[in-house]
Design a protein around this ligand. Structure first.
Ligand code: NAI
Length: 353
């Protein structure tokens, strides 16, 4: 078999794949950074998604191998690989959804902001090409620091005259996934009140647990609203402090456990697919698709903020209100907003300078 990229930048192997079942047209999805730690499992999981008919895998390295490998999965989506910047625009042409996990991840001791210098430039380049080739696509930004890379993407699109705030979404789903998991967890060893929580939530299907996480995607800007957990649970102050800290530092927990080999990739790929699937279901016309995302927002005075949004055919259709906050959450929100404002400004001035 010929593994070389064809004239369209696609692996010739992929021509053996067929369309989604019944020939039903699905959506065209591009993953930028597809050969990375997140990109590979994300690509694999998107190949399984029945709403995807065409899957474009772009990276600056290793896409022929990843594309060849994934294209052998007997699911409907046609997979094409694109390698290097001169194939970037081809990778993006006509896409409905673009997912961006490109860029460097954290090593122990680093904050997400330490990644700014490298990842800001990567996101800028990728978004310039999106503006040219698929300006109407829904864009899911995973590359960190999300608090700054989303404002960077917005500035790039504004410059190109293609900015539609409804279509640009920073992916904070991993914070929600972690919050749901940790709240459900029955092992809170440091908590004397652990057994009480256990009694309240034990036996629940994780899919029934819903913790809104608002603010942003870094440290104290990650604000789980534990007063609004569904099904309703009441926590002691100690439990709230423990859970909030664990959710805010869940990423660092993984970075330290991986000891230099990167940050969360598998749980992130899961979260990214959960979020992308919600975007695709909304694009298809499914009603009542609600997710937390970091977006151009009207919920607070900040230009970008993560909160629950209703997704529709055009992206963000409605901002859900923050709802009643506890005193603890109100105080945490004020701290989060200060840091968020700085991160947004850093992203904006990277493009405007
Ligand atoms: P990785 O280093 O394993 O993979 C990154 C991939 O991006 C590599 O394959 C690399 O070749 C590619 N890349 C680099 N420059 C590129 C360019 N100009 N165009 C296209 N691709 C390019 O990193 P990993 O673990 O996959 O993480 C990726 C990003 O996701 C990091 O910035 C990380 O901080 C972020 N992340 C975000 C999370 C979130 O919740 N939003 C959670 C975990 C990680």
């Amino acid at each position: 078999p010929n593994l070389k990229m064809n004239e369209h930048g696609g692996s010739s192997l992929t021509s053996f794949n067929c369309r989604a079942k019944g020939g039903a047209p699905g959506f065209k999805v591009a993953i930028l950074g597809a050969a990375g730690g997140i990109g590979q499992p994300l690509s694999m999981l998107m190949k399984i998604n029945p709403l995807v008919s065409v899957l474009h895998l772009y990276d600056v390295v290793n896409t022929p191998g990843v594309t060849s490998d994934i294209s052998h999965m007997d699911t409907g989506a046609v997979v094409r690989g694109f390698l290097g910047q001169n194939q970037l625009e081809d990778a993006l042409t006509g896409m409905d959804l673009v997912i961006i996990p490109a860029g460097v991840p954290r090593k122990p001791g680093m904050t997400r902001d330490d990644l700014f210098n490298i990842n800001a430039g990567i996101v800028k380049t990728l978004c310039e090409a999106i503006a040219k080739r698929c300006p109407k696509a829904i864009v899911n930004v995973i590359s960190n620091p999300v608090n700054s890379t989303v404002p960077i993407a917005a500035e790039v699109f504004k410059r190109a005259g293609t900015y539609d705030p409804k279509r640009l979404l920073g992916v904070t789903m991993l914070d929600v996934v972690r919050a749901n998991t940790f709240v459900l967890s029955c092992t809170l060893p440091i908590l004397p009140a652990g057994p009480k929580m256990q009694a309240e939530v034990l036996g629940l299907d994780p899919r029934d647990v819903d913790v809104p996480v608002v603010g942003g995607h870094a440290g104290i800007t990650i604000l789980p609203l534990l007063s609004q957990v569904k099904p309703h649970s009441s926590f002691t102050t100690k439990e709230i402090e423990y859970l909030t800290d664990r959710i805010q530092n869940g990423g660092t927990e993984v970075v330290e456990a991986k000891a230099g080999a990167g940050s969360a990739t598998l749980s992130m790929a899961y979260a990214a697919v959960k979020f992308a699937d919600a975007c695709l279901r909304a694009l298809k016309g499914e009603a009542n698709v609600i997710q937390c995302a970091y977006v151009d927002s009207q919920v607070t005075e900040l230009p970008f903020f993560a909160s629950k949004v209703r997704l529709g055919r055009d992206g963000v259709e409605e901002f859900l209100p923050l709802g009643p906050l506890s005193d603890y959450e109100r105080a945490s929100l004020e701290k989060a907003k200060k840091e968020l404002a700085t991160s947004v400004e850093k992203g904006v001035s990277f493009i405007r300078k």
